[in-house]
Design a protein around this ligand. Structure first.
Ligand code: HAM
Length: 441
């Protein structure tokens, strides 16, 4: 037997981890309402749900996200299980969905296969404006087609979802970073340009020239911003097929009336992208004055080479995008959507005494079966206290079930507006509830 005294726990020892938080009450419903609406819109556009594990084998991400990307090199939560497996708390959803597509033999299905998914992701970033360590995304993926209309469909569905969530001033920043045909030549050109200016670069970019030159275009360091102006851009080096593909995507986006801007320096933080890359931002009229760069509400692109990096023998052309739901919920432009589960109570249920308490569950169940949302305070005892809460709840009806009623097998139903009351036999409760339901419609 151990005689060691238990250590006194301080509140900071058990506080929620940095960058992760509890979601409750109104905020919980806002997330739930958003996911419901987003899923509904995605389903109308032909996407089907998928859920993949939160933990994946490390190789799913190390082989796909790209050496020299922050997400892969610095931000993954990795762990070794007792059995010796190296697992990762998924930092993003696309690699896991492609893994699931390959593992479940979905190449054999009619193509493309379209998925929507939502859930938590984990990135060990420095928590700051719009950056959490546990973040939630709503994602869309279309696997098995290289058609430009698929790129447009993802952009369209994402902007529609954001529009429904209250964002009326969206803009899509879009670019094409080419495919394996044109990428090689462009990378050489880019590296040559930066090598000439190596002394002027920030230390991280000096490293990026070797590991991942494309990321040089994404650097926000003042030393590198000026150099970026003269750097060759991917879009100017596109091969004919890529140029044609990009032109078609832009035509669709224009046809749909989506406001967009071609951003020649947009490369995104993940390496699996080919051709189309995009980010959705909310334009704010006073943004220019504040000087704060807009946060992207969502981003995505085409990833035609990802499948092979995950061991597929055949390429699987694919495109997708994900909305950062925390950024949506925290934005002042967001208009919360009530989830279907959130219903205003129509009846407040009051009980008094042991006998009544015992029988309460039967009455509540009758109301639930009739789909009448209720509120109650089963753990309270006094009539005055419960009536006061009933009054505040705004429920149009109160059911009072006291000691006498419990013995007589009746309830008292009180109309809170007219203050009229009637006594109803428990046996007649289902009929009464039906009539109540019609009245409350
Ligand atoms: P991502 O750009 O890394 O793309 O993330 C998508 C969105 O998630 C971002 O636009 C942002 O709104 C949100 N987000 C990212 N990091 C954080 C963070 N630390 N805290 C809060 N929100 C954040 C992807 O993850 C790709 N898998 C998207 C995709 C799907 N590409 C193709 N298919």
């Amino acid at each position: 037997m151990t005689t060691e005294k238990p250590k006194k726990i301080k509140s900071e020892d058990i506080a929620s981890p940095k960058g992760m938080r509890d979601i409750l009450d109104k905020e919980y419903y806002a997330y739930q309402g958003f996911f419901e609406k987003a899923s509904e819109i995605a389903a109308y556009y032909g996407f089907r749900p998928i859920e993949t594990p939160i933990l994946e084998r490390e190789a799913v991400f190390t082989s796909s996200l790209g050496v020299g990307t922050d997400i892969r090199d610095k931000e993954m939560y990795t762990l070794k299980t007792k059995g010796g497996d190296h697992l990762v708390m998924r930092p993003e959803g696309t690699a896991g969905i492609m893994r699931a597509y390959i593992e479940n033999g979905m190449q054999a299905l009619p193509q493309p296969v379209m998925f929507y998914n939502y859930g938590p992701y984990f990135r060990h970033e420095n928590p700051q404006r719009g950056r959490l360590r546990e973040l939630r995304q709503f994602g869309l993926e279309i696997l098995g087609t290289q058609k430009s209309i698929a790129d447009a469909l993802v952009i369209r569905t994402m902007t529609l979802i954001l529009d429904e969530a209250g964002f009326k001033n969206l803009s899509v920043e879009i670019n094409s970073i080419g495919d394996k045909e044109c990428r090689g030549g462009y990378m050489r050109e880019l590296t040559n340009y930066y090598k000439k200016h190596i002394a002027e670069l920030c230390p991280a970019c000096k490293e990026r020239i070797k590991t991942n030159p494309l990321r040089l275009l994404d650097c926000k360091d003042a030393r590198c911003l000026d150099l970026k102006v003269g750097a060759p851009t991917p879009i100017d080096s596109l091969c004919n097929d890529c140029r044609h593909h990009f032109k078609e995507v832009i035509e669709y986006v224009e046809e749909m009336g989506i406001s967009y801007r071609i951003n020649k320096n947009l490369v995104r933080g993940l390496d699996y992208y080919t051709r189309t890359v995009f980010e959705v931002i909310e334009l704010e009229p006073d943004r220019d004055e504040s000087g704060v760069a807009p946060l992207s509400l969502g981003g995505g692109g085409r990833y035609d080479l990802l499948a092979k990096s995950l061991g597929s023998k055949k390429d699987v052309p694919a495109v997708g995008g994900a909305i950062g739901v925390d950024r949506v919920i925290m934005s002042p432009a967001h208009k919360p959507i009530n989830p279907r589960i959130l219903k205003k109570p129509k009846v407040y249920f009051i009980q008094l005494g042991n006998e009544a308490k015992l029988k309460s569950f039967g009455i509540i169940e009758t109301l639930r079966k009739a789909h009448i949302p209720i509120a109650q305070s089963l753990s309270k005892d006094g009539l005055a206290q419960q009536l006061a809460i009933a009054e505040r709840s705004g429920a149009p009806y109160t059911i009072i079930f006291g000691q006498k009623e419990a013995l007589d097998n009746t309830i008292i139903a009180r109309n809170m507006e007219t203050r009229s009351q009637e006594t109803v036999k428990l046996a007649d409760l289902p009929d009464f509830v039906k009539h109540l339901k019609d009245e409350l419609k």
